[in-house]
Design a protein around this ligand. Sequence first.
Ligand SMILES: NC(=O)c1ccc[n+]([C@@H]2O[C@H](COP(=O)([O-])OP(=O)(O)OC[C@H]3O[C@@H](n4cnc5c(N)ncnc54)[C@H](OP(=O)(O)O)[C@@H]3O)[C@@H](O)[C@H]2O)c1
Length: 215
Amino acid sequence: MKIAFLGAGQVGGALAAALARAGHTVTIGARDAGSRSVRALLTRAPALSVAAPADAVRAADVVFLATPYNVAAEVVKELAGELAGKVLVDCTNPVGPGLTHGLRSERSGSEVVQAAAPRARVVKAFTIYGFENFEENPFRSAAVRPAMLFCGDDAAAKGSVAKLIEELGWEPVDVGGIAQALHLEHMTLLWIRMVRVGGHSPHTVWARLSGPQPK
Ligand SMILES: NC(=O)c1ccc[n+]([C@@H]2O[C@H](COP(=O)([O-])OP(=O)(O)OC[C@H]3O[C@@H](n4cnc5c(N)ncnc54)[C@H](OP(=O)(O)O)[C@@H]3O)[C@@H](O)[C@H]2O)c1
């Protein structure tokens, strides 16, 4: 699959390296090909290529958005034409002062991203854990697969993202439409507060135990 990244820092860099290792053609859409994050990434993952954001998006089947949240809508809006019809994996999280929801829980960040590129097929994924778990899934060989929760309104787009999630060693758990993004963003805040403040391991992830439907 051809995959582009907008944002190649802790999260984008880790996922780009992992997906390239899994055999995908990964291009970093960089505003500055010489930036620190891009140079650091190319040193550890030389198979990646770098292009201007519009070119990278145009050539991709799937685009990962991994910029800081405060610039995400602006970055996506500028590329809205190129993003039309593309699967857009929103990895961003709006985090506000005091580790609260950055949009006061009134609306999810993913819905803001979707509004900035109305014809993109937005799927929120790879947001509920820290970047430490993304380049090398620490539980790939565990007896219980760790879960990656994701959501979005486009079923085919979610199918493509579910395959990528699976390839990286996670159980893809589809939690519903884009309206669920707000609740995933709260799961993220829970994780951040537990790990970054409360001292839990950064390799804290969730697994799903799901029984049969009651008769
Ligand atoms: N950190 C985590 O554990 C974690 C986990 C899950 C989700 N997230 C979410 O993932 C996103 C990225 O987090 P991160 O920790 O990876 O951040 P980061 O390490 O600071 O990386 C941000 C990336 O975005 C690029 N960027 C910044 N401003 C930009 C702009 N105006 N236009 C285009 N690219 C721009 C940066 O490029 P330059 O090098 O050119 O500045 C860099 O490659 C955030 O929304 C965060 O909430 C973070």
